[in-house]
Design a protein around this ligand. Structure first.
Ligand code: TYM
Length: 332
């Protein structure tokens, strides 16, 4: 069975993008066909300005949503990154493997730096070294596949480079992983701005569907989505980004193909209505289950404790081997 690792960063409430781009496939496929680990990567949340109490709350909420969405601790391992020291330990070796130039070339880094410096603000050093920690997350477990949305594939490519480079220098310690983006909805766009990604850390929430939004809020956000000039429903991500995004969401929720679904609708209004209903149906059980689980934090804690224990046992020997391989004297 392949080993799978993936994660979500608790920097905001989880969105429909997180669900369709990642979580849904973990639930429906990955946990059953592979030895899969899913992680709330809380250390990554410290790379930007953060409120400690909020990060703590969002970490628990993300873990609860993993369970509410249908991840089953009998089939996969769920844990919190900071509970397993191996991530930080290995991250340092990844920093010693990477060149600073390749870190600076990461699109997400460049975008965030541009945004912050436009406001006259600097960024944290950990934002630059972020991909080293992400590589450590993945490589510590001998991961074969990394199910992520499109926006993370560049980071996984860098992880592959680091794994190969490390192995070449010091011997075969790491498995070279690959990203496995979903066939549709690999990049869900903001409903108010279909040229940018639907992202949980955006300040403006009107174009973002959060997994825990109330049903009428979800409907309203989708009905008010920005569509394109013209009126024919056509799947064309270049010429019709707004409509195509809605078709992608609909396809992901109903299991259809966006090009085929386009032929079923003659107006934007009808398409939006169908998308709203499809999303509401997908999120309804998730929200109900989240409410049940929130009433039982002891259960969630227990799952995370057992998950961290298993993760630690899996990661420890490989990280120890990496430490020894680079020339660090093993403790007697
Ligand atoms: P994060 O927390 O931004 O997103 C979690 C997952 O959701 C996907 N995603 C999307 N997919 C489609 N459309 C969108 N609009 C959208 N927004 C987010 C992301 O691609 C991701 O799969 N760096 C990672 C977290 C991470 C990680 C890892 C992932 C840290 N270590 C190791 C995999 C393996 C991140 O910030 O994801």
């Amino acid at each position: 069975r392949p080993r799978i690792f993936s994660g979500v960063k608790p920097t905001g409430h989880l969105t429909l993008g997180n669900y369709l781009g990642a979580l849904r496939r973990w639930v429906e496929e990955d946990q059953y066909r592979a030895d899969a680990l899913f992680c709330v990567v809380d250390l990554h949340a410290l790379t930007v300005e953060h409120d400690p109490a909020r990060v703590r709350r969002l970490t628990r909420q993300a873990a609860t949503l993993f369970l509410a969405a249908g991840l089953d601790p009998a089939h996969c391992t769920l844990f919190v990154q900071s509970h397993v020291d191996e991530h930080a330990r290995l991250s340092y070796l990844m920093e010693c493997t990477a060149a600073d130039g390749e870190m600076r070339r990461m699109i997400q880094y460049k975008e965030k730096v541009a945004r912050e410096s436009a406001r006259g603000r600097s960024v944290r050093l950990s934002l630059l070294t972020y991909p080293a920690l992400m590589a450590a997350d993945i490589l510590a477990y001998g991961t074969n596949e990394v199910p992520v949305g499109d926006d993370q594939t560049q980071h996984v490519e860098l992880t592959r480079d680091l794994a190969r480079r490390f192995n070449q220098r010091y011997g075969p310690v790491f498995t070279v992983p690959r990203a496995t983006p979903p066939p549709v909805a690999a990049r869900v766009m903001d409903l108010q701005d279909p040229l940018s990604k639907m992202g949980k850390s955006h300040a403006e929430g009107r174009g973002i569907v959060y997994l825990l939004d109330e049903t009428d809020v979800v409907r309203k956000k989708i009905m008010r989505a920005v569509t394109d000039s013209g009126s024919d429903v056509r799947y064309d991500r270049e010429e019709r980004p707004g409509v195509s995004n809605l078709l992608d969401v609909l396809a992901a929720c109903t299991g259809g193909k966006p090009e085929v679904l386009a032929e079923e609708y003659t107006s934007y209004g009808a398409l939006k209505g169908a998308v709203a209903e499809a999303v509401v149906e997908v999120l309804r059980p998730l929200r109900a289950r989240h409410a049940e689980l929130s009433a039982d934090p002891g259960y969630v804690d227990g799952v995370l404790r057992a998950g961290a224990e298993r993760a630690r046992a899996l990661a420890r020997p490989r990280v120890d081997a990496a430490y020894a391989a680079v020339g660090l004297l093993p403790p007697a």
